[in-house]
Ligand binder design. Structure first.
Ligand code: ATP
Ligand code: MG
Length: 259
């Protein structure tokens, strides 16, 4: 390299060219390092050493995980392994005994109850096995409810809800009550409801547990197209190994740990 410099230096331009090239590659290395670090920092969910017991029953014994922005992760494990417990903890619905959880860069264990419910409403969408739609309300109203809780106007809440219901193929079902919808349609309404406040994280507990295999596959494919469009991070608990394998990454919870 020194020799090349010595050789090239009399030809001013070549020397400058070489010097720029070297400093550009140093810059490239620096940028690469910076973005690799950013990518780590940009983890949407970070759980560190989470412990949770119900009386004498130790359900989680030091679970750690990291889920990136726009990543779809499935969680599998035997019945009673602690999947729902973990999901509720990640979703700030349940307190944990020890450890730390960061969501979108916020340490949620430091938030008080009111801050926590606001945070949850605005950052996290939930999809459960039993959709928990309110039977007296139409599909559109069910989707609007979290938007109204977040303080959005009726007009903007309805606009967003209609856009999502349309995207999920339910544009002609807006005024139907849950009992007038099929299981798959009800679950898609629940997905729209989970997304209405543009959450960065969507947590789903057996979302297709109640659906036939065709509707299950459709629902899971829907998660992928939503991720491609909106870049949310998904954590999906499922007993269905085929669906679990569709995820970017599959985590298995066993004996209170995710190895
Ligand atoms: N509120 C609670 N009080 C006491 N024990 C609980 C409570 N919630 C869950 N458990 C117990 O904790 C363990 C883990 O439950 P969890 O619901 O997380 O399991 P899971 O992996 O979701 O199971 P499944 O696949 O059947 O849904 C179970 O043994 C359960 O009985
Ligand atoms: Mg469960």
């Amino acid at each position: 390299m020194i020799l090349s410099f010595a050789f090239l230096s009399p030809f001013g331009m070549d020397f400058m060219y070489l010097r720029n090239k070297i400093s550009n590659s140093l810059l490239a290395i620096k940028l690469h390092r910076y973005y690799s670090r950013e990518k780590t920092v940009m983890a949407m969910i970070v759980a560190e050493d989470i412990h949770k017991s119900y009386d004498d029953l130790k359900v989680l014994k030091g679970v750690s995980l990291r889920i990136g922005k726009g990543e779809i992760v499935s969680v599998v494990g035997a019945s009673g392994a602690g999947k729902t417990t973990l999901l509720h903890i990640l979703g700030t619905l349940d307190r944990f005994d020890r450890g730390r959880i960061m969501i979108d860069g916020r340490d949620v264990s430091r938030l008080g109850d009111k801050q926590l419910s606001d945070f949850r409403n605005q950052h996290i969408g939930f999809v459960f096995q039993f959709h928990h739609l309110l039977p007296e309300f139409t599909a559109l109203e069910n989707v609007c409810i979290p938007a109204f809780i977040a303080g959005k106007s009726r007009r903007s809440g309805e606009m967003k809800a209609k856009e999502l219901l349309d995207l999920l193929g339910l544009a002609d079902r807006l005024e139907h009550k849950p009992a007038e919808l099929s299981g798959g349609e009800q679950q898609r309404v629940a997905v729209a409801r989970a997304l209405v406040n543009d959450p960065v994280v969507v947590l789903a507990d057996e979302p297709s547990g109640n659906l036939d295999s065709q509707a299950s596959r459709e629902l899971h494919s829907l998660f992928f197209s939503l991720r491609d469009r909106f870049s949310q991070s998904f954590v999906i608990v499922t007993h269905n190994e085929i669906l679990a394998d569709m995820a970017d990454r599959k985590l298995t919870i066993h004996d209170g740990l995710i190895p």
